[in-house]
Ligand binder design. Structure first.
Ligand SMILES: NC(=O)c1ccc[n+]([C@@H]2O[C@H](COP(=O)([O-])OP(=O)(O)OC[C@H]3O[C@@H](n4cnc5c(N)ncnc54)[C@H](OP(=O)(O)O)[C@@H]3O)[C@@H](O)[C@H]2O)c1
Length: 282
């Protein structure tokens, strides 16, 4: 598993406990360096390579497109070439941010819908998907969304739930964007379903998120409610928030294809309640 220092990788390591898994962090395997991929992977006869590594700094990517493309596009191409040449199955994580160009969209995106990113990050991840489809016949690209896990994102330095709980502690009003709808997803649920998919012949692109949809404002309000925090949570627009990168106004992913293969994931509300419960019991 590549990107083993990340939050999804932490839960995947637990979920894949019945399989023999070796994790590679960036110092041992840097996707930008094809030689480092060969040095790390060639000594072992892998059945599957799982890539959770990515450049995830969505806003920073607008300033540093070369960095985002170096890992997410060229790095994915390096890995896909390596796996394709050796006929190794490659499971790779992608994102709902490959969508967003169709601002009128209000129904979940299917895997067959044409993508249209609105940010450098989204473009770089989409380029990575194309590279994997080009170079590695045995690929499974899992598009997920709004990840939060107990480890917290390495790239982003935490997760949305923890950020909201920290802001709740300040006693100040919390302003949250209400015009972007998606499905926040618990890394543990994503990891457990990935481990089931590993034992199927699933291939191509597959959406993998918790069920249902909400805006970030609704998600934050539910965090405060479930955590028993009294917070003045204010709904603002993306324009008011002024993030450097544009986000999709609607990036809910359909789980029709997934649920024909394995049981669909629980709802985002169920996942959030379990996350908060585990956090309290730690
Ligand atoms: N987080 C989200 O909300 C979200 C949403 C949709 C999709 N995704 C996708 O889900 C996957 C997992 O995300 P995550 O939240 O678990 O990410 P994460 O916690 O930020 O972990 C990413 C890992 O990738 C490693 N990495 C970065 N550049 C690398 C390179 N060039 N070579 C090798 N390793 C490199 C990082 O290493 P260092 O520790 O050295 O930095 C880090 O350990 C990614 O593909 C991401 O694009 C995430």
């Amino acid at each position: 598993m590549i990107g083993s220092g990340g939050q999804l990788a932490a839960d995947l390591t637990v979920a894949l406990h019945g399989d023999e898994v070796v994790g590679f962090a960036r110092p041992e395997l840097d996707l930008r360096d094809a030689d480092s991929i060969a040095r790390a992977l060639d000594p072992h006869p892998w059945d599957v390579v799982i890539n959770t590594a990515a450049y995830n700094l969505v806003d920073q990517a607008e300033k540093d497109p070369a960095d985002a493309f170096a890992t997410n596009a060229i790095g994915s191409a390096n890995l896909a070439r390596h796996c394709g040449q050796r006929e190794i199955r490659l499971i790779h994580f992608s994102t709902d941010f490959v969508f967003g160009f169709d601002s009128a969209r209000a129904t979940p995106w299917k895997e067959t819908d044409p993508p249209g990113p609105v940010s450098i990050y989204g473009m770089s991840k989409l380029a990575g998907e194309y590279a994997i489809q080009t170079y590695c016949a045995q690929h499974l690209i899992l598009r997920t969304c709004g990840l939060y896990g107990h480890k917290g994102s390495r790239g982003k330095g935490g997760n949305f739930v923890e950020t909201m709980l920290r802001l709740a502690g300040t006693g100040n009003p919390v302003r949250v964007v209400g015009d972007q709808r998606c499905t926040p997803s618990f890394t543990r649920d994503v990891a457990q379903t990935t481990s089931k998919l590993l034992h199927t012949s699933a291939k191509g692109i597959l959406n993998l998120t918790n069920r249902g949809e909400c805006s970030w404002f609704e998600f934050a309000s539910t965090i405060f409610e479930l955590a028993g925090k009294k917070v003045d949570c204010q709904r603002i627009s993306s324009a008011e928030f002024q993030a450097p990168a544009r986000r999709p106004p609607y990036s809910v992913l359909s789980d029709d294809k997934l649920s024909a293969l394995v049981p669909a994931l629980p709802s985002w509300q169920d996942a959030l309640a379990r996350y908060l419960n585990d956090r309290t019991n730690k």
